[in-house]
Design a protein around this ligand. Structure first.
Ligand code: SAM
Length: 272
């Protein structure tokens, strides 16, 4: 299955959910993290309205903004810097291609943006942090739950061998698969369905990233994580305070969880 290339392979249900955002300006989009940092980011718009044609300047500024938060990410990352590989890939993936035309001029602002179906593309800072926490390598196979626009999958795909990503909303799954194919990503497979159950026939995974909040860690995802693997997942009650949680499975398969920082995501939806 590792040769799946950006295609939707399954159909099922519908959903309601959303993601990180981090500013008082958009409470409806739900999310906050890094506390004051997110508010500072929102209060300090760093993206010029006169965008350069390929958004290179805006993307570089976005990376500088992420870097500037590194020391504040120490408690989560255990170090006062993002890894250079993560910053490099954040500086390479064309985020403006993953957002609707109407919000393209804000594509590199450090906040979430609407992508239709009541969903959002995550704040760049959180994309970088969650990616970094996975500690992936070039031979890894990664599962993402919550494809959305496909942006987070594209970021991870630049660091690993294969990304398998599941989206519950059919329109988003099809849109992301088409977009990723058009942009030339050949190591991302998109499936439409309820990600709670993971992707059994592609498991086990070196890392799992979940981009919608669950009220518990889904047992199927834990089972599909390799010994030695890492999962990053927001956990908490819907529309209440949640925490970004790092799950590490040791060589014997035992899971250790660590709450990293408060966040607020819309719920992982579905009938599970
Ligand atoms: N990672 C995305 C990106 O880069 O654009 C953004 C993710 S968005 C905040 C959360 C996504 O999770 C939404 O697209 C939502 O439809 C999806 N979702 C919610 N519940 C889900 C489930 N049970 N299975 C799969 N996807 C789910």
């Amino acid at each position: 299955m590792h040769n799946h290339v950006c295609r939707v392979v399954e159909l099922a249900g519908d959903s309601e959910s959303s993601i990180l955002g981090g500013s008082r300006w958009r409470p409806a989009l739900c999310f906050s993290s890094f506390g004051l940092l997110a508010l500072l980011a929102a209060a300090n718009p760093q993206v010029s309205k006169a965008a350069s044609p390929d958004y290179a300047a805006e993307r570089a500024q976005m990376v500088r903004t992420i870097e500037s938060y590194a020391s504040d990410a120490t408690l989560s990352l255990g170090r006062a810097h993002f890894t250079p590989e993560v910053l490099r890939i954040m500086g390479a993936v064309p985020r403006h291609e993953f957002v609707p035309d109407g919000v393209r001029q804000d594509a590199y602002a450090d906040r979430p943006l609407p992508i239709g179906y009541g969903q959002t593309i995550s704040q760049p800072l959180i994309v970088a942090l969650m990616t970094d926490l996975l500690e992936v390598g070039p031979n890894d196979i990664v599962l993402e739950i919550g494809t959305g626009s496909g942006y987070q999958a594209a970021v991870v795909a630049g660091l690993v061998r294969q990304v398998c990503t599941i989206e519950i909303i059919p329109g988003l799954a099809v849109g992301a698969a088409d977009r990723l194919q058009r942009l030339g990503y050949t190591n991302i497979a998109v499936r439409q369905g309820d990600g709670y159950y993971g992707w059994e026939d592609a498991a086990p995974f070196d890392a799992i990233i979940v981009t919608a909040a669950a009220d518990h860690i889904p047992p199927p995802l834990l089972r599909q994580l390799k010994p030695g693997g890492r999962m990053v997942i927001p956990v908490g009650a819907p529309f209440a305070l949640q925490h970004l949680v790092l799950v590490e499975r040791d060589a014997e398969g035992r899971a250790r969880t660590r709450q990293l920082l408060p966040v607020q995501f819309v719920p992982l939806s579905g009938r599970h």
